[in-house]
Design a protein around this ligand. Structure first.
Ligand code: IPE
Ligand code: IPE
Ligand code: MG
Length: 250
């Protein structure tokens, strides 16, 4: 598979010579980690949030340009009011606390997901963090918050249908290049590697369209125990994978 040179469009498929260019992580297992310690689930969420910085800052060491993390799904509203409120307060606190260090490290932060159901203060903090880091290019961190792959495709389809109704888009011209332009991830390349911690081998509605050809790693480590070393091992293991994209190597 030829290597596409750096600086090309982020939506073009590009195979990093060694490690993955875009890693997406389903950060799972916070609740079990806390329960194992006899503590409330929110204790695990706080420990989990603290792990994010080390992994973000490890990205340049492993050639990872894009890191996308699943923080809250469209299904997570089904949890108790105490847990949901605690998570929302954690997100607000995390953004306020981490803005400076993310910025100084050269991280550009983006959020994906539907903001409509989030509270005004959180939305404002998210917008401010995106604006404050918009000039950074060292690591592209995307935080999926109130994100669901099906919800994203449904919202994209609504916008696409509106463009058709307004005569801006010819329905006969809609192909698999068209829909991704309406997804929340439209500026991001597809993930090369999707990691899920905590031993569950499912994707729970994460990046459904974008991960069609991603490599997957399901590991037993609970998210609050995930380290840079393990991240590095998974990136290295990715380098040994044979990605054929349906073709046969000649
Ligand atoms: C992942 O950890 C964080 C969120 C879904 C918000 P969990 O809270 O799902 O932890 P487990 O799976 O119950 O251990
Ligand atoms: C997926 O984990 C969502 C996040 C990590 C934010 P869940 O714990 O919500 O997924 P299920 O319920 O095990 O499928
Ligand atoms: Mg879970």
């Amino acid at each position: 598979m030829p290597t596409v040179p750096k600086g090309s469009s982020p939506t073009e498929p590009k195979i990093a010579p060694g490690g993955p260019r875009h890693v997406a992580i389903i950060m799972d297992g916070n609740g079990r980690w806390a329960t194992q310690r006899g503590r409330p689930r929110l204790f695990g969420h706080h420990a989990g949030a603290k792990r994010v910085r080390e992994i973000v800052e490890a990205c340049p060491d492993f050639g990872v340009e894009y890191l996308t993390v699943f923080a809250f799904s469209t299904e997570n509203w089904k949890r108790t009011q105490v847990e949901v409120a605690g998570l929302m307060s954690l997100f607000r606190r995390y953004i306020s606390k981490e803005t400076r260090s993310l910025s100084e490290f050269g991280v550009r932060v983006r959020f994906i997901g539907d903001r409509v159901r989030l509270d005004d203060k959180l939305i404002r903090l998210m917008n401010e963090l995106e604006e404050a880091t918009a000039h950074n290019t060292r690591v592209h961190l995307t935080i999926a918050l109130n994100y669901g792959g099906r919800d994203e495709v449904a919202r994209a389809t609504q916008r696409l249908a509106l463009d058709v109704a307004e005569g801006k888009l010819d329905p006969g011209a809609v192909d698999e290049e068209t829909l991704p332009r309406y997804l929340d991830t439209y500026v991001l390349p597809d993930p090369d590697l999707v990691i899920r911690t905590s031993g569950e081998a499912r994707i729970s509605n994460f990046l459904l369209w974008q991960s069609a050809y991603a490599e997957y790693e399901f590991i037993d480590t609970l998210w609050p125990d995930f380290t840079k070393a393990e991240f590095g091992d998974l990136c290295a293991a990715y380098g040994g994978r044979d990605r054929r994209f349906g073709a046969v190597k000649t």
